[in-house]
Design a binder for this molecule. Structure first.
Ligand SMILES: Cc1cc2nc3c(=O)[nH]c(=O)nc-3n(C[C@H](O)[C@H](O)[C@H](O)COP(=O)(O)OP(=O)(O)OC[C@H]3O[C@@H](n4cnc5c(N)ncnc54)[C@H](O)[C@@H]3O)c2cc1C
Length: 537
C-alpha cells in the first residue's frame, strides 16, 4: 500500500519522488517503463544522440506533416530513469519572465514569474553561486561548459558584430542576446533529473522505484483515482494509492494514459470502446513544440566535433573529464526579436559545434558548424490521439508545424539571419562553403523550401494536459485533473503555452512547485469553479 504512486521517472517524476519521500512517514512508489540509466552514452555528454532510436528512447514519429512535405518527423523521448533529461542536450534555460506572467494571467494564480522563481532557485546548484536569480544549494548542478569549443565563441562574437548584445546569463535579468549556454552537468558528466534528484535518495526505505514496468492505466472508484495497473515481466499488476496518483509520463505519455483510463474527449473515447470516466475535451489537444531549421557550413579548420571520437579525446576525458567529450553539441545560442513589434524574443539560435543534421544521423567527412534557428512562440497547435485502446500502441502525434503561416515567416527570418551571422568577420577563419541550404538557395521561396525540408523538432513538446479553467483545460492551477479526484498531472504537458526556451528546467520547476502544493496540504479534489463553469455552458 502506497500513499502516492508516481507514473514516470522523468524530469518531473524524479523531483517528486525525492520531495514527497522527504517525509519518512509517507510511502511513495515510482513506476518507470524504461530501465536503469546505466548506458555510458547517457553520462558522456557528447554522446547523447547515440541513444536515439535505442532502448532508452520511445522513438516516436509524427503523422505526415502537411507543411513539411508530408514528412513523418522523428521525436525522441527518454524511456529510462531520468526520462528525457537522460537523453537531452543539457542546456539550462528557464524561459522569459513574461512566459510565466502569461500563465498566471490565463487564470492560473501562483504561476507568475515571481511565484515560480523561488522554485527554480530551490532546485539549482549554480556554479557561480547564489544571487537574486540563482540558487546554490539545490540538487541540480548548473555549470559552464568545461571545455567550450572556439567555434562557440566565434558565434557569440558574430552576434556582437551584427549588433546584438552579449549575454553572460540567459537566466538572469535579461534573456536577450548572444552567449554560451550553461549546462546540467557535474564534473564533466550529465546531471540528469535522476542523477540530481533520484539516485541520492534511492536508499530511502519509504521510496520504492520499479523500472521496466509499463503503466497501462488508472482505475477509478467512482470519480476517485485509486489503482494503477501496469505490466511487469509478463503479468499485469495493480497497486493502490491511498492519497494520490501523480501522472509524470510527459507530454505524450500523460494524455495517452488519461485517455486509456477514460478521461478525455467523450465522443472519441466511445469510438475506441473505452469506458468514459470523465469527458475532458482538452486531453491531448494544445500540443506545442519548438521547430528548428539549420544553416550548415563546412569548417575550414579542424576544430569541430568531427575529431571527438579520436583516441586522444577519449583519454583526456577518462583522465580529467574535460575536452570535446564534455560538449553538449549546441554550446552557444541566442535569443532575439525579429521585429520591434515583438515584446519578447521570438527566435532562439542553437549553435552546433559540428555537423548536426537529422538529429545527428547524417554524417559527412570533415569539419562543419551548424546554426539552428528555432521558433520560440509558435501559433500552430497540434494534437495527441490514441490509435487504439491498446496501451502498447504508440499514440498518433500531429505536430502541425507551420499550420499557421506566421510561424513559417519567423523561420524564414531565422535562416536569413543565420546566413548574416556566418558571413561576419568572426567566422572568417572557420567558414567553408555553405552545405545547407547551399549557395543555390537565393530567394525567399528557396529558403522556405529549405525550411520545409529541413525543419525538425527541437524536442520540446508541451501543453497536452494544459493548466487552466477554460473548456480546454485538463488540470487546475494546483495541477489536479478537473472532474475527478486523487489525480494530478505534473510534467511538461501542463504548460498552457510553451515557454520561450528549453523545457527541462521549467519542468523541474513545475515538479518542485507541485511537491510543495501536495506537502502543504492542497486537497486532492479539484476546484469547483471548472465544474461550475462547464455546467453553466
Ligand atoms: C533529445 C532531446 C534533447 C533535449 N534537449 C534539451 C535541452 O538541452 N535543454 C532542455 O531544457 N530541454 C531539452 N529537452 C527537453 C526536456 O528534456 C523535456 O522537456 C523534459 O525532460 C520533459 O520532462 P517530463 O518530466 O515532462 O517528461 P520525461 O522526462 O520525458 O519523462 C516522462 C517519463 O515517463 C515515462 N513513461 C511514459 N509513459 C509511461 C508509461 N505508460 N508507463 C511508465 N512510464 C512511462 C517515460 O519513460 C519517461 O521516463 C530535450 C529533449 C530531448 C528528447
Amino acid at each position: 500500500m502506497y500513499d502516492y504512486i508516481i507514473i514516470g521517472a522523468g524530469s518531473a517524476g524524479c523531483v517528486l519522488a525525492n520531495r514527497l519521500s522527504e517525509d519518512p512517514s509517507v510511502k511513495v512508489l515510482l513506476l518507470e517503463a524504461g530501465g536503469r540509466d546505466t548506458a555510458k552514452e547517457i553520462h558522456i555528454p557528447v554522446a547523447f544522440s547515440k541513444l536515439f532510436k535505442g532502448p532508452c528512447d520511445w522513438t516516436y514519429f509524427t503523422e505526415p506533416e502537411p507543411q513539411l512535405g508530408n514528412r513523418s518527423l522523428y521525436w525522441p523521448r527518454g524511456k529510462v530513469l531520468g526520462g528525457s533529461s537522460s537523453i537531452n542536450a543539457m542546456i539550462y534555460i528557464r524561459g522569459h519572465w513574461a512566459d510565466y506572467d502569461q500563465w498566471r494571467d490565463l487564470g492560473n494564480p501562483g504561476w507568475g514569474y515571481t511565484d515560480v522563481l523561488p522554485y527554480f532557485k530551490k532546485s539549482e546548484k549554480q556554479q557561480h553561486g547564489a544571487s537574486e536569480y540563482h540558487g546554490a544549494s539545490g540538487p541540480l548542478h548548473v555549470n559552464d561548459l568545461c571545455s567550450p569549443n572556439p567555434l562557440a565563441e566565434a558565434f557569440v562574437a558574430a552576434g556582437e558584430e551584427t549588433g546584438f548584445q552579449r549575454n553572460a546569463d540567459f537566466n538572469g535579468a535579461t534573456q536577450e542576446g548572444f552567449g554560451l549556454y550553461q549546462v546540467t552537468q557535474s564534473g564533466g558528466k550529465r546531471h540528469s533529473a535522476a542523477a540530481a534528484f533520484l539516485h541520492p535518495v534511492m536508499t530511502r526505505k519509504n521510496l520504492t522505484v520499479r523500472t521496466d514496468v509499463h503503466v497501462f492505466g488508472i482505475y477509478f472508484e467512482g470519480k476517485r483515482a485509486a489503482i494503477v495497473s501496469f505490466q511487469q515481466e509478463n503479468g499485469s499488476v495493480q497497486e493502490r494509492a491511498e492519497r494520490e496518483i501523480i501522472l509524470c509520463a510527459g507530454a505524450i505519455g500523460s494524455p495517452q494514459l488519461l485517455m486509456l483510463s477514460g478521461v478525455g474527449p467523450a465522443e472519441y473515447l466511445r469510438q475506441l470502446d473505452i469506458p468514459l470516466v470523465c469527458d475532458l475535451p482538452g486531453v491531448g489537444k494544445n500540443l506545442q513544440d519548438h521547430p528548428a531549421s539549420g544553416v550548415v557550413y563546412e569548417c575550414s579548420r579542424p576544430v569541430s566535433l568531427a575529431s571527438a571520437e579520436g583516441l586522444s579525446h577519449a583519454v583526456r576525458y577518462l583522465m580529467s573529464k574535460k575536452g570535446m567529450l564534455t560538449s553538449n553539441v549546441a554550446e552557444a545560442g541566442a535569443f532575439i526579436r525579429t521585429s520591434p513589434q515583438c515584446h519578447v524574443p521570438n527566435l532562439q539560435f542553437h549553435f552546433g559545434v559540428g555537423y548536426f543534421v537529422e538529429h545527428g544521423f547524417q554524417k559527412i567527412k570533415g569539419h562543419a558548424f551548424s546554426i539552428g534557428p528555432t521558433l520560440l512562440h509558435p501559433y500552430s497547435r497540434g494534437e495527441i490521439r490514441l490509435r487504439s485502446s491498446n496501451p502498447l500502441d504508440a499514440p498518433s502525434i500531429r505536430a502541425n508545424y507551420f499550420a499557421d503561416s506566421r510561424d513559417a515567416d519567423v523561420m524564414l527570418q531565422g535562416v536569413k539571419l543565420a546566413r548574416t551571422l556566418a558571413a561576419t568577420r568572426a567566422f572568417d577563419q572557420y567558414r567553408g562553403i555553405e552545405l545547407h541550404p547551399g549557395p543555390g538557395a537565393k530567394d525567399d521561396n528557396a529558403l522556405r523550401a529549405h525550411n520545409a525540408k529541413f525543419t525538425e523538432t527541437l524536442y520540446h513538446p508541451v501543453g497536452t494536459c494544459k493548466m487552466g479553467q477554460d473548456a480546454a483545460a485538463v488540470v487546475d492551477s494546483e495541477l489536479r485533473v478537473h472532474c475527478v479526484e486523487g489525480l494530478r498531472v505534473v510534467d511538461a504537458s501542463i504548460m498552457p503555452t510553451i515557454i520561450g526556451g528549453n523545457t527541462n528546467a521549467p519542468t523541474i520547476m513545475i515538479a518542485e512547485k507541485a511537491a510543495d502544493l501536495i506537502k502543504n496540504g492542497s486537497s486532492s479534489r479539484p476546484t469547483e469553479s471548472y465544474a461550475e463553469s462547464r455546467a453553466s455552458r
